[in-house]
Design a protein around this ligand. Structure first.
Ligand SMILES: NC(=O)c1ccc[n+]([C@@H]2O[C@H](COP(=O)([O-])OP(=O)(O)OC[C@H]3O[C@@H](n4cnc5c(N)ncnc54)[C@H](O)[C@@H]3O)[C@@H](O)[C@H]2O)c1
Length: 258
């Protein structure tokens, strides 16, 4: 197989959660550029409708928008059902929707409701989607699951205890799922450092950026394309003997908020 074929996703079907913005949007565009038909899901319907239009204009693939709040089990079931009804299969799942932390998780102020919600957003929802997609991937004998974790899973920083713990659990879930679901399905995770998205812009100040850069050998914060290229690698046959792995994409350093 030549390089083009190794990265070719023609005929494959990919689901991306949180595809309306940031890393999810960039991943949907990248997988579509590689030839996959993409199912763009997000809690924000307007954003995914626009993205589907953009994808169909730019690339010769089919795209489908499915509104999905990953905190709702019925939405997760509907997402997979709509995908299979439309495309008759699922090959790639990018568990991207996630969040929390950002230096706001002071232990004194934690509630069980917040802890449960954040773990559902970052971990439980992705695990449910893995369960729902796996039979379809096995049936088609091609499955690649990519969990968007975080560098916070592998470091410590103040007031990020729930976000960091839930992302660490995403990493371990990745290894267990890879062990259970081979050989048809590969499961890998990406741990981004600070990536310039809307989520980061809500907490980034000039002072924080300066401090982050002082510990970043590659001298800049990340762009969404730094992550979407790794999503493409894991989704495609280029990584056909890679499973259960976590790659940190962080400019070679650490970017801390505090
Ligand atoms: N940006 C970073 O620096 C960074 C660093 C490490 C990890 N991450 C991880 O990357 C992933 C994407 O983050 P981002 O920075 O691209 O975010 P973003 O804010 O740019 O985009 C998030 C998207 O998810 C959607 N969304 C929010 N809640 C949802 C829900 N309950 N169900 C479905 N969709 C929902 C939003 O509408 C939005 O379109 C997250 O898992 C995040 O934890 C981001």
């Amino acid at each position: 197989m030549g390089i083009k074929e190794k990265y070719d996703l023609s005929g494959k079907v990919a689901i991306i959660t949180g595809a309306g913005d940031g890393i999810g949007k960039a991943s949907a565009l990248k997988l579509a550029e590689a030839g996959a038909n993409v199912v763009c899901s997000d809690i924000n319907e307007e954003k995914i409708n626009l993205l589907v239009k953009e994808i169909e204009e730019k690339f010769k693939v089919k795209a489908l928008a499915v509104k999905c709040n990953v905190l709702e089990e019925k939405d997760l079931i509907n997402l997979v059902n709509k995908t299979v009804e439309t495309f008759e299969k699922v090959n790639i799942l990018v568990n991207n929707a996630g969040g929390g932390g950002a230096g706001r998780e002071n232990i004194d102020s934690l509630t069980l409701e917040y802890i449960t919600k954040t773990f559902t957003l970052n971990l439980f929802a992705g695990l449910m989607l893995i369960k729902l997609c796996a039979p379809h991937m096995k049936k088609d004998k091609y499955g690649s699951i990519i969990n968007i974790s975080s560098m916070s899973a592998n470091m410590v920083s103040h007031n990020m205890i729930i976000y960091g713990s839930s992302k660490a659990a995403v990493n371990q879930m990745t290894k267990y799922a890879a062990y259970d679901l081979g050989p048809e399905i590969r499961v890998n995770a990406i741990g981004p450092g600070a990536i310039k998205t809307h989520a980061l812009s809500t907490v980034l100040t000039e002072k924080i950026e300066e401090k982050m850069l002082s510990k970043t050998p590659l001298g800049r914060l990340g762009d969404v394309e730094d992550i979407s290229m790794a999503v493409l690698y894991f989704a495609s046959p280029a990584s056909s003997w890679t499973s259960g792995q976590i790659i940190y994409i962080n400019g070679g350093g650490t970017q801390e908020l505090d």
